[in-house]
Design a protein around this ligand. Sequence first.
Ligand code: URA
Length: 240
Amino acid sequence: MANRIRLDKYLSNSGYGSRKEIKKLLKNGSTKVDGQVVKDSSFKVEPGINTVMIDGNIIEYRKHVYIMMNKPAGVISATYDSREETVIDILEEYYKKFDLFPVGRLDKDTEGLLLLTNDGKLAHNLLSPKKHVDKTYYAKVDGEITLEDCVKFKDGVIIDNDYKTLPANLEIIKAGTISKVHITIREGKFHQIKKMIKAVGKKVIYLKRISMGNLKLDNDLEIGEYRELTGDEHSSLVNR
Ligand code: URA
């Protein structure tokens, strides 16, 4: 009994639109619960117990959706924008129904791992400054990254005039006129990586996030591709 929810919630969580759209849908009499036509949005159903059908097709209940995207440069990490293309705009129609939002932000020119979900609780847990979720980036830097830079990152560097970042890990992959590095930070300040690299006198010329907490970007995802998380990936985020 305790798990009973309104039919409109059941259908909106399962990707059938807003409550208003569902009211309209129910009116046309195509929705059945356990074989009976139901037109009342507030009708209560129990996921897994009652069978909900639209036009003869069983509608499985989806509480939350979790998508891993390899974000391309050129799109913004927002749900809506009147001028710019967003990470939601590039999803196929099916996923646009779920009220997904990006968990945190990547800059317009940053690529890589972006989690999209409609699970506000998980998003809050991953973003809360108190939870210190590690985020690792691959960066190409204009200028030679040195071991001294690594030491400075270990201590924290000053950005935004007077803010000292938490200790971060800077790992040199290749040092040269163009350097390649991995950087792990535990916060998510605006433009944080770019500002930290600037604080040691250099400039980020390419940035890609490769992991967030236990979640690693799937190397099989081409830029702009996405897929739902596996059960294991989801559990690894929830049970940190
Ligand atoms: N740091 C940045 O500077 N940009 C991002 O997109 C993410 C982290």
